[in-house]
Design a protein around this ligand. Structure first.
Ligand code: UDP
Ligand code: MG
Length: 320
C-alpha cells in the first residue's frame, strides 16, 4: 500500500520539534497514528530533537524501530523551536508539510481537516486556537497586546491565534526555505511569503506533562524579534517624536523669551527644567536602545552563521 511506503516522495511531511518531551512521546505517537492512518496518504514524520537533555532521543529511536516512516534529526545543541522547525522544513520531502508542537497542546485529531483544506486547493492552512484558557492571565494579556500592536505596525497581517500549527504546500515550503534570514520568526515568515490561506479552529489542550519551555523574558524577546523582523516603525518613530519635542521646546523657548522681555527675569522653573531634562533623557535612551536592538539583529544577520547544526540524522536517504 502506498501509505506504508518508506521510499519515494511522501504526500505529507509531519514536522515535530522536541525539547525534553520524553515523558509525552508515547502518548503523542499513540494519538498521531489514528489521525494519520485516516488520511490514506503516504507520509513521513520528521522528529527534530532540539538539544534535549532527557531521554527524548532514545525514545525517538525506539519509536523508529516500530515505524520506519519516522525520521530523526538531532541538533548539536538547543537552537530553539524556530530553528528546529526551519531544519524540519528543509529536510521535508513531502508535497505538503504540517508543523505542530509535540507536547500535545496541538491536537493531532484535526490533521485530517487541515489536509482536506489543502486537497481542496488551499496552499497554507492555519490551525487557529479558539481558547487561551491554558495560558495565564498575564500571558493572555501580553499575547493579545502583541497581536494588536503587530497588526498596527507590521507589514504583514498575522491571523490572531495562528501559531506554529499549520499546513504548508510545497510551494510555501520552498518559499520559506528560500528565506535566508537567521532571525526566524516562523509564523511571520510563513505569512510573509503570501499564498492562498485558510483556517481551521481548534481548542488548545493543557500540557499533559512537563512545563512550557518559555518564560516571560523569552516571550518578550520573541515578541520583539517578531516585530523587528517585520516592521521598522520602532526605528522611525523617533524621528517624529524628536520633531514634536523640538517643536514644543521651540514654542516654549519663544514664550519664555517674550515673557522675560515683557515682565523681566525671574528664577522659578526648576521643576520644568527637571521635567524637560528627564523626559528628553528618557526618550534619548529609549531611542538609542531601539537602534541597539536593530543593530544587534543586523549583526546576527551579517555574521551569517547557520541557523542550526545537525549532530545526527537517521532515516534520510540523501545526507546533505
Ligand atoms: N521546543 C523546541 N525547542 C525549544 C523549546 C521548545 O523544540 O527550545 C518545542 C517543544 O518541545 C514543543 C514546542 O516546541 O514541542 C512548543 O514548546 P512549548 O510547549 O515549551 O511552548 P508553548 O506551548 O508554551 O508555546
Ligand atoms: Mg506547549
Amino acid at each position: 500500500m502506498s501509505s506504508l511506503s518508506v521510499t519515494g516522495q511522501p504526500k505529507l511531511s509531519l514536522i515535530l520539534p522536541f525539547h525534553n518531551e520524553a515523558g509525552i512521546l508515547r502518548d503523542l505517537f499513540q494519538r498521531l497514528y489514528p489521525a494519520l492512518s485516516q488520511l490514506g496518504l503516504s507520509y513521513e514524520i520528521i522528529c527534530v530533537d532540539d538539544g534535549s537533555t532527557d531521554k527524548t532521543y532514545q525514545a525517538l529511536l525506539r519509536e523508529r524501530e516500530q515505524d520506519l516512516r519516522i525520521k530523526i534529526v538531532r541538533l548539536a545543541r538547543n537552537f530553539g523551536k524556530e530553528a528546529a522547525l526551519s531544519c524540519g522544513l528543509r529536510l521535508a520531502t513531502g508535497l505538503s508539510a504540517i508543523t505542530m508542537d509535540s507536547d500535545l497542546q496541538h491536537p493531532p485529531e484535526i490533521i485530517p481537516e487541515l489536509v482536506a483544506k489543502w486537497q481542496n486547493g488551499a496552499e497554507l492552512v492555519y490551525a487557529i486556537r479558539k481558547n487561551r484558557d491554558t495560558d495565564s492571565q498575564l500571558r493572555r494579556f501580553f499575547s493579545h497586546a502583541f497581536y494588536a500592536i503587530f497588526q498596527k505596525i507590521a507589514d504583514i497581517k498575522l491571523p490572531e491565534g495562528a501559531g506554529d500549527f499549520c499546513l504548508l504546500d510545497r510551494k510555501v515550503i520552498n518559499a520559506v526555505n528560500a528565506l535566508p534570514e537567521r532571525n526566524r520568526f516562523m509564523k511571520g515568515l510563513v505569512t510573509w511569503v503570501g499564498f492562498h490561506h485558510e483556517t481551521v479552529p481548534f481548542e488548545v489542550a493543557p500540557r499533559p506533562r512537563g512545563s512550557s519551555n518559555w518564560n516571560f523574558f523569552h516571550l518578550l524577546r520573541f515578541a520583539f524579534d517578531g516585530l523587528s523582523s517585520f516592521s521598522t516603525l520602532p526605528l522611525r518613530v523617533w524621528t517624529w517624536s524628536g520633531g514634536l519635542v523640538s517643536l514644543i521646546a521651540l514654542t516654549y523657548g519663544v514664550y519664555l523669551t517674550l515673557r522675560t522681555l515683557i515682565y523681566g527675569a525671574d528664577v522659578p522653573g526648576y521643576a520644568s527644567v527637571m521635567v524637560g531634562i528627564l523626559l528628553l533623557g528618557g526618550l534619548q535612551l529609549l531611542s538609542l536602545g531601539m537602534i541597539g536592538e536593530y543593530l544587534a539583529r543586523v549583526f546576527t544577520e551579517v555574521k551569517g552563521r547557520p541557523i542550526y547544526f545537525i549532530a545526527e540524522q537517521i532515516g534520510f536517504d540523501d545526507k546533505p
